[in-house]
Design a protein around this ligand. Sequence first.
Ligand code: ACO
Length: 322
Amino acid sequence: MYSKIIGAGFYVPDNMVKNEFFESFLDTNDEWISSRTGIKSRFFSKGENTSDLGTKAAEMALDESGLKADELDMIVFATMTPDMYMPSTACIVKKNIGAEKAFAFDIGAACSGFMYALTVASQFIENGSVRNALVIGGEVMSKALDFSDRSTAVLFGDGAGAVVLAASQEPGIIKSYLGAKDDSKLSLVLEALPVENPFVEKAEGSTNKLAMEGREVFKFSTQVVGQAIDEVLKDTGYGYEDVKMIIPHQANYRLIDYAIGKNKNLQDKFYLNVDRYGNTSAGSVAIALSEVRQKGLLKPGDLIILLGFGGGFTWGSLLIKI
Ligand code: ACO
């Protein structure tokens, strides 16, 4: 049994923010941001939370799939910016869409989250435990940004994407590959609650804003992009030439370009939309996948690779037949 994508959707807040926005309060400019990252604009929430974005993406994915929300067996939400620790964002979406019988939980693997969530959900389908699953990746990154830090504030955006997976005799998800390794220098950090209780007076120096050591992240990310593509193709009988499109985590243009390196023949296969959305972390691959389907860039039988990398460190890839 395989799991197949039968619908996809995405949603971003109705508030497009161009690079010039940052020039009034940060020592930065459009030229620096564009040339270092390829980002021209992103969307920032004016109050919608992660579950709101995920709900709208889910509704669009359900529409395309033809499934009704109350037919869903399972909901997985990948995010590092949940509305709350409890209930999970997946449970809030379940309530919003009326997925009465679905079980629901969140997965945290930062920018690789959608790859992890798809892999987990597809295992449930492939082993026969469920017949279908709604998988969402989404973030309101703007609530985690320190808007006085030019090295991070300009990179990220808010948004969510979703797919509906269903059991199928035909592939489907052919293979997935996941990885993780210690980010010993803590180059990508978003802290949760500090330990403060009757035995600890005050946690020192804790923030709840994202912090990043850009060069370390660049080094890590450019190492794993090629590896994740090689690993997901290994032992499948397929090669680069068979792949129609690679949809990577939309971190930035320069990073992807560097990671492709000498393999320039792969360049045309990479779908990038980071110029319009910025880095939406767990949302990015899901949004891009939905966008290419909406644009009619894929047809049944096409082979694609989804590819994520990010905090943890974590990374992952999936080889999928449309
Ligand atoms: N505007 C102007 N200057 C800036 C800005 C900005 N927005 N941000 C940083 N700078 C400054 C720094 O303060 C530094 O100044 P200094 O030299 O005086 O200390 C200088 O620019 C660094 O410049 P470069 O060395 O040219 O920058 P670099 O080439 O390292 O590019 C970048 C920085 C784009 C962040 C790069 O390291 C990178 O792409 N890293 C990957 C980070 C990333 O994409 N993270 C996303 C989240 S993680 C993920 O999704 C996997």
